[in-house]
Design a protein around this ligand. Structure first.
Ligand code: ASP
Length: 454
């Protein structure tokens, strides 16, 4: 059985909904269909979730909500009319929204906001189920409440209550036909609607795939596959082949350094359950997309992708005979821990220790105090912060045990005059990281692409 998730752009209008119906009906294994709220129809458009947030905020201020209410209903009404679904579904959606709005004063603001946000997915799932019927095929809407999608934690940033797996799996044992399931939200044990973080329909899909032990979790989006590097930086990559398969480890490394196609947090349930994840394009369903799985056949010496992420800085600490000083590293990291700053990497030399952190966690106005604490606690000879760094990440299981991969990357960078600020390679050998000045980022990615894929 396959669990498929369709994002907002895949369900933005009637044409897209028809594509989704076609895709689902073309494969009898596609039995659980997770839907997002309708997304943008064009670049200047607004997602239904954002319209709902605007509606909720207006209601919370006690102002007139007619305009925002109309804007949400209009999105569904337009789809229903183009799909010839009749008025009934639109009236049901209107009634549902009114019922939710009526709770603006009885719920806490964060609870009300989640109740309203969830309306986007919930009503879209109902509409998509009717769209199947209009095409002469039965599909049943399933409610997160009835199936046991129980969430906990903060509203707007909730997480799954682990007991839900058993409830969900029971709810889906021996079910028949096609089920349309709204993404992005669930219910607390107290029965309140709670949402995952934004983009959370991916989480719902991944949870359901794990709960029913799906053969594959298909995540339909608007790209043919995951590309080996950012097509906005390396244009020729679009014409070339996308990545056919990659491992979970490779995905994680690439996502870390900014591969935006997938959200590595969202797929955790599927990864833990070892469910293969297939990234596919709703607009080109014949493309096989990218399969992400536990293992794959690798060709030694090959790379799967090159990622780059800006916004890093490097705290450089030097002290003569540092290597003999017990506890130096711990005390350095303690300064950051005390300041509530999470660190990324700690490359070191004999008498130097660097700590790479995201610049957002070490803004200029905090730097002075951190430097002062490091001087006080470690008495270094020298300490500084290098800013504007980009992490280049070269990833591939095929790099394991292959000599010369790092040399090839450094040579490529040297050939275009880019100096390397730091190199970091974990013992897994599935990736290495090179820090460079951010101004050199595009040139660096292009030269690495040429070296490994050209
Ligand atoms: N509709 C929600 C959002 O826009 C969730 C999702 O699309 O996955 O964030």
């Amino acid at each position: 059985m396959k669990v498929c998730k369709f994002g907002g752009s895949s369900l933005a209008n009637a044409t897209q909904v028809n594509k989704v119906v076609d895709i689902v009906l073309s494969d009898p294994a596609r039995r659980i269909v997770v839907v997002s709220a309708p997304g943008k129809r064009h670049s200047g458009d607004t997602k239904v979730t954002d319209l709902l947030i605007a509606l909720a905020e207006t209601a919370l201020k006690g102002e007139n909500t007619d305009r925002q209410f109309g804007a949400v209903v209009e999105r569904y009404a337009e789809m229903a009319s183009e799909l010839k679904l009749g008025d009934d579904i639109v009236h049901r959606i209107e009634a549902d929204l009114s019922e939710r709005l009526a709770q603006a004063t009885s719920l806490r603001p964060e609870e009300f906001l989640d109740l309203m946000k969830a309306a986007g997915e919930d009503n879209n799932a109902k509409l998509v189920a009717v769209a199947f019927e209009a095409r002469g095929r039965k599909a049943r809407y399933a409610s997160p409440k009835d199936t046991g999608m129980v969430l906990r934690g903060r509203f707007g940033d909730a997480e799954l209550d682990p007991d839900s797996y058993a409830w969900l799996s029971r709810a889906f044992s021996n079910f028949e036909g096609i089920v349309i399931y709204p993404g992005f939200f669930g219910y607390t044990r107290e029965g309140k609607v709670a949402t995952f973080p934004r983009g959370g329909s991916d989480i719902t899909g991944s949870i359901l795939a794990a709960a029913v032990c799906a053969d594959v979790y298909e995540n339909f989006t608007d790209v043919d596959s995951v590309y080996p590097c950012d097509p906005r930086i390396v244009e020729e990559v679009k014409e070339g082949e996308g990545i056919p398969t990659m491992t979970y480890r490779e995905m994680r490394e690439l996502a870390y350094a900014g591969f935006g196609v997938f959200n590595d947090d969202a797929v955790i349930p599927a990864v833990k359950a070892r469910i293969p994840i297939n990234i596919r394009n709703t607009n080109h369903p014949s493309e096989p997309g990218t399969m992400i799985q536990q293992s794959r056949r690798v060709v030694p010496g090959t790379v799967v992708g090159i990622a780059s992420a800006d916004g890093f800085c490097n705290i450089v600490v030097e002290k003569y005979l540092m290597n003999r000083e017990i506890g130096f590293g711990r005390r350095l990291l303690q300064v950051l821990e005390d300041a509530g700053i999470s660190y990324e990497h700690t490359p070191s030399g004999v008498d130097s220790q660097c700590v790479v952190v995201k610049e957002q966690f070490l803004p200029k106005d905090r730097e002075h105090k951190i430097m002062q604490d490091i001087r006080e606690k470690l008495d270094p000879d020298f300490v500084t912060v290098e800013r504007d760094l980009t992490m280049l990440m070269v990833v591939g299981e095929g790099m394991c045990y292959t000599p010369g991969m790092l040399a090839k990357a450094c040579l490529a960078l040297a050939s275009v005059g880019i100096s390397v600020s730091m190199v970091n390679q974990g013992s897994s050998e599935v990736s290495f990281m090179i820090a460079i000045r951010s101004k050199d980022r595009d040139l660096a990615v292009r030269s690495l692409y040429k070296a490994f894929f050209g």
